[in-house]
Design a protein around this ligand. Structure first.
Ligand code: MOS
Length: 746
């Protein structure tokens, strides 16, 4: 039987969970009112390096409502302490600081060093403030510039090679008539989803643990907790029905999760632990600072002859995370000679982590700014320069693209934006009100990822279906697109499909990171739906009482829950009729969907083009965005409305990165000084202009069964450079150090 026409996929369907969310019915991790719930508040370090010498908890112990105060001195030993050797010698590159309260060492400021558990949140907060801590302090390493001499080469850069070399740089540079060599720097940035991390932990006896967690990966939480508490995986359940934003910080298991579980066990009650906004700065990851040396050399016709991208970023002293900024430079343009590298510098901050388009965001800032600088140096239009060096195949692997629509993106984007009205010279355009007007552009790109995922589809006697995959919805629209995919696969209207996610009791799926959920879990949901439908069809064909008896599956189709003969659409029967006659409780399929060989044979990427117009006050340097146009080739867009929202959200994230986001540590103590949303700036509505998102039609039958490339992260890429390039066009000032603020251009 062929697949039916898609009736739901692609449509701008409203979010199926929208009503629950706006009416407060959606339950987040800290909102499960378990009986006898106790509240926990973390005590965190105020030094960046050393030891806790003494903790006086007597006042806290005696404070009203306090049930227990846990410290490194009295905390229960973890059954399977995941402790590491400081310095990363554990050989476990992503072992976050999970060895909670197992020793008195302090590795960064704002690190959890104690926990107060009380009857109410207020009592726990009050008691936490009464704990007196004495430290034996050591001098921390907090400055990347100063520690750069000790940089080291990590084994890999987020699953990509650490370094690459192709061609001969020296002869490439000799052939060039122009060369740009610049350093681009980006600061630490912190994820700030509206919902902070939160875990509610409850034990059933000694050996069954359930956590309600704000996470991008329920199975990751299950895995790590089962390891730490030495339990079979099936004894640990993680539930996460709704997540109030993730952006990467919720993709790992951090200290507070085992802490909540430890606390619940030690008081024999359910315990809820939620991070304060200030605690979001440091203990749950951040984007590390980067320093990127770029070189791009080209002939006078714009052909790139050589390029290099050497990148440094910081990691913690006990763990490893690489911001893989140079990965984009490897694939964006033809460059016969190229060298790229990543180095890490250990500092006494918490471990950095994935933050929306890790690598690609700061990386496209660097390479796409350098390309703009090269365009000016060559007196060439920036779009033309990119087209001149258009990569027809992946320039690094030489594999063909599974699909690539970047040329179309430049064209559509430039037309919608009115790029032809731009006069190239800096400061050559002004707005009617006298402000300097600047136009800039950049390329966007993000890899297409997919992992094995499972799903279950069940046709029920009432003619509806129930579909499950244990994935997460970070607010992106997963519930909605999975409902659409399942409905089309089953041949049912969306109203008759109920999709559930967010529970390790459901079929296993990967972390919602790397923009892979639509491709991974979407493929599983589609295949499970098709398998359940095929089963129903086979049952009908074999049933002498069915009007379809003895026909061939190839002659049949399913629509609106009715299996019918294609050539004779009124001949057939409904799923409900079939199930009733057969006296079945259900028809069900559970499948695992795995990537095939496509990754070995093709280069899999999304691409886009971003165009930005800024207005700059010539006296005050105030930068206002006037409009942003983005055109993207990202495979199949599964829902026109949530897809557009995803891209708008990504672009807004890029605006924040370009113009505002900047985590500022105290250089003496490593304490983040702007650890709240009053001082850590992110864009608000008034900062955001009209954002015009276009998806160019892109049919990619290679990447995965749903044809989707994933759109969670590409939206942020390219935006930062496009803004910076527009600011240069407006003012003639090139800002190579983020964020681009007015003090840097006046
Ligand atoms: Mo995203 S930074 O891969 O969760």
């Amino acid at each position: 039987m062929n697949e039916t026409m898609d009736a739901a996929v692609g449509k701008p369907m409203d979010r199926v969970d929208g009503r629950l969310k706006v009416t407060g019915g959606a339950k987040y991790a800290a909102e499960f009112p378990l009986p006898n719930l106790a509240h926990a508040v973390m005590i965190t370090s105020t030094i960046a390096k050393g030891r806790v010498a003494k903790m006086d908890t007597s006042a806290a112990d005696a404070a009203p409502g306090v049930i227990k105060v846990l410290t490194p001195m009295n905390a229960p030993r973890l059954p399977n302490d995941p402790s590491y050797s400081p310095g990363g010698a554990s050989g476990r590159p992503q072992d976050r600081k999970l060895s909670v309260l197992q020793n008195s060492a302090v590795y960064y400021n704002n690190e959890p060093i104690g926990l107060v558990i009380a009857e109410t949140l207020e009592q726990a907060m009050h008691a936490a403030a009464l704990v007196q801590v004495e430290y034996k302090e050591e001098k921390p390493a907090l400055n990347m510039g100063r520690e750069k001499k000790n940089a080291y080469k990590p084994k890999a850069a987020n699953q990509e090679p650490t370094d690459t070399h192709r061609g001969d740089i020296t002869s490439g540079q000799r052939d060039a008539s122009r060369r740009v060599e610049q350093t681009y720097t980006t600061p630490m940035e912190n994820h700030n989803p509206m919902e902070p991390h939160a875990t509610t932990a409850v034990w059933d006896g000694d050996d069954r643990l359930t956590v309600y967690d704000a996470t991008q990966g329920v199975f990751g939480v299950q895995n790590v907790l089962s390891r730490i508490f030495a339990l079979p995986k099936s004894n640990v359940r993680c539930v996460s029905y709704f997540v109030g934003g993730g952006f990467g910080c919720k993709g790992s298991v951090w200290s507070h999760i085992p802490l909540a579980a430890m606390a619940a066990k030690s008081v024999g009650r359910p315990v809820k632990l939620s991070l304060t906004r200030a605690q979001m700065f440091g203990m749950v990851g951040y984007r590390p600072q980067t320093e990127q040396d770029l070189m791009v050399a080209a002939k006078s016709d714009g052909a790139i002859t050589a390029s290099s991208h050497a990148s440094w970023s910081n990691t913690s002293t006990f763990d490893e995370f690489v911001e893989p900024t140079a990965a984009v430079t490897r694939i964006l343009y033809e460059s016969p000679a190229q060298e790229t590298s990543h180095r890490l510098v250990r500092l006494n901050y918490g471990t950095p982590t994935f933050m929306r388009a890790p690598g690609e965001s700061p990386g496209t800032f660097a390479i796409e700014t350098a390309m703009d600088e090269l365009a000016y140096s060559l007196k060439m239009d920036p779009v033309q320069l990119r087209l001149r060096n258009y990569a027809e195949v992946d320039p690094e692997s030489k594999k063909p693209w599974s699909s690539k629509s970047l040329r179309e993106c430049y064209k559509v984007g430039a037309e919608k934006f009115g790029w032809d009205k731009r006069t190239p010279a800096p400061r050559s355009m002004t707005a009617p009100d006298g402000r300097l007007l600047g136009m800039g552009m950049a390329s966007a790109t993000y890899p297409v990822r997919r992992s094995a995922a499972s799903a279950l589809a069940r046709l029920l006697p009432d003619g509806t279906a129930y579909v499950q995959a244990g994935t997460q919805d970070l607010g992106t629209g997963t519930y909605t697109i999975m409902t659409q995919i399942a409905a089309d696969a089953l041949g049912l209207p969306v109203e008759r499909v109920r999709f559930e996610l967010g529970d390790t009791e459901m079929p296993e799926t990967p972390v919602s990171g790397g923009s892979q959920t639509a491709a991974s879990t979407g493929s599983a949901v589609k295949q499970a739906g098709l398998a359940a439908r095929d089963q129903a069809v086979q049952i009908a064909l074999a049933d002498p009482s069915s009007p379809l008896h003895g026909m061939s599956a190839a002659d049949l189709d399913v629509k609106n829950g009715m299996i019918f003969v294609k050539a004779q659409p009124d001949k057939g029967e409904t799923y409900a009729e079939l199930i009733a006659r057969q006296k079945l409780p259900k028809i069900e399929a559970k499948i695992q969907s795995k990537p095939g060989e496509e990754k070995n044979q093709y280069a899999l990427h999304s691409f886009g083009a971003v165009f930005v117009e800024v207005l700059v006050d010539p006296d005050l340097g105030e930068i206002r965005l006037n409009r942003i146009v983005g055109a993207y080739g990202a495979g199949r867009i599964l829902n026109a409305k949530t897809g557009r929202s995803q891209l708008i959200g990504g672009v807004v994230y890029g605006v924040g990165m370009a113009m505002m986001e900047h985590t500022i540590p105290d250089p003496r103590t490593g304490r983040i000084v702007n650890r709240d949303l009053g001082e850590y700036h992110v864009p608000v509505n008034a900062d955001i202009p009209d954002i015009d998102i276009t998806f160019v039609d892109e049919v990619d039958t290679i990447i995965n069964p749903v044809g989707a490339k994933g759109i969670g992260e590409i939206g942020i890429t390219g935006v930062v450079a496009a803004i910076g390039n527009a600011v240069y066009h407006a003012t003639g000032v090139r800002v190579r150090d983020l964020p681009i603020t007015l003090d840097k251009i006046i």
